[in-house]
Ligand binder design. Structure first.
Ligand code: SF4
Length: 352
């Protein structure tokens, strides 16, 4: 059954035209599904009853089912959802004092084999559809603010859940276009960040987009030798390829767009001051010294051989970078107790 939440307005208008309905029905439906976040045609009462019934027979407004919800001591909520064909989709809501962030998935599982990530153990199950990407966010917003409740200005979205977003490029970009629409969820491009592990050709393609979200590139190692082990995608595209693409992208940055590197700190592995120095040298070599670095202390998981860095090591790494002129921010781990933190998503049960 077609999932109309994933259809842009132009395509909805075509469907209504085939049904002999006027084009404004597409606007009504779009506003109901996205603007008011209604997940059943029956709730969209500005459409005539007979039409709602007809739509319910031929299509659906919801394909995801929430299987479990875990709430952390720190307020983070992790949603484990299932697609209609039984694949897991994980989405995390992270409240902070100033703004809320929703971390969404672009794939069920992930084909990349980052050594420090639990999702990698699942392998790729499948790409998510446009509608599934959008509906995750609808479900979380409804859970937090109530169906149709206003989304606070400043809510951020990050494509940093399960999956490599650039391996589901087309669906991701079309979903973001829909999410940012003023009659829809209206979470604008500047509030959305996509994080890639380094799918180099897609970075060039992304750089050409007229409208685009912010970009983060997950680096996590300053040398090929180390990155080949931690992020084996590096064997396909070496650090040199990646940094050249990063530089090409940086040159296209427009006012208000943000570009960052992410670096997962693994205790005793890549968190030494010598790696901090190598990282600063690498950025300088490609003239990327102004790009900020997000440092993400590793989040522990039984099945992974890594452990988090000590707070002293994190501070020393950050100080070393800053002394070399690179701005670095430490991302506080959130929702570790419910397996909601970075690298921990693997359709695993947590403590409620
Ligand atoms: S860190 Fe991201 S890209 Fe790497 S395996 Fe995990 S989900 Fe995939």
């Amino acid at each position: 059954m077609p999932h109309l939440t994933g259809f842009p307005r132009a395509e909805l208008a075509e469907i209504f035209s085939e049904l002999g309905e006027p084009p404004y029905r597409a606007d009504q439906l779009f506003r109901g599904l996205h603007g008011r976040r209604q997940q059943s045609f029956d709730e969209i009462t500005d459409l005539p009853k007979a039409l709602r019934e007809h739509l319910s027979e031929m299509a659906t407004a919801s394909v995801l089912k929430v299987e479990s919800k875990y709430v952390s001591r720190d307020g983070t909520r992790r949603f484990l959802m299932k697609t209609h064909d039984g694949f897991p989709v994980e989405t995390v809501y992270i409240p902070t004092e100033n703004r809320d962030t929703i971390c969404f998935s672009s794939q069920s599982g992930c084909p990349l084999k980052c050594d420090f990530c639990l999702t990698a153990k699942l392998g790729l199950l499948r790409n998510l559809t446009i509608g599934e990407i959008v509906e995750q966010i609808i479900i979380v917003l409804n859970d937090v603010y109530g169906v149709g409740g206003e989304t606070p200005h400043g809510t951020n979205l990050v494509a940093m859940g399960a999956g490599e977003p650039f391996l589901n490029f087309e669906n991701l970009i079309r979903a973001i276009e829909m999410i940012s629409h003023k009659d829809g969820l209206f979470i604008v491009y500047s509030r959305i960040t996509v994080s890639t592990a380094g799918i180099v050709p897609k970075i060039y393609e992304f750089a050409k987009l007229e409208r685009r979200p912010n970009l983060a590139i997950s680096l996590s190692a300053p040398t090929d030798e180390m990155r080949n082990i931690l992020m084996p995608i590096n064997k396909r595209w070496k650090i040199d390829d990646l940094m050249q693409a990063a530089k090409a992208f940086e040159k296209t940055l427009k006012r208000g767009e943000r570009f960052t590197f992410e670096y997962v700190l693994l205790g005793g592995v890549n968190d030494g001051v010598e790696q901090a120095r190598a990282l600063a040298r690498l950025l300088a070599k490609y003239d990327l010294g102004r790009v900020k670095i997000n440092l993400i202390p590793h989040n522990p998981a039984e099945q992974l051989d890594y452990h988090p860095p000590t707070p002293e090591q994190v501070a020393a790494f950050k100080n070393e970078l800053e002394s070399l002129g690179v701005s670095a921010y430490v991302r506080t781990p959130r929702g570790r107790d419910i397996y909601a933190a970075c690298g921990q998503l693997a359709a695993k049960a947590g403590t409620h």
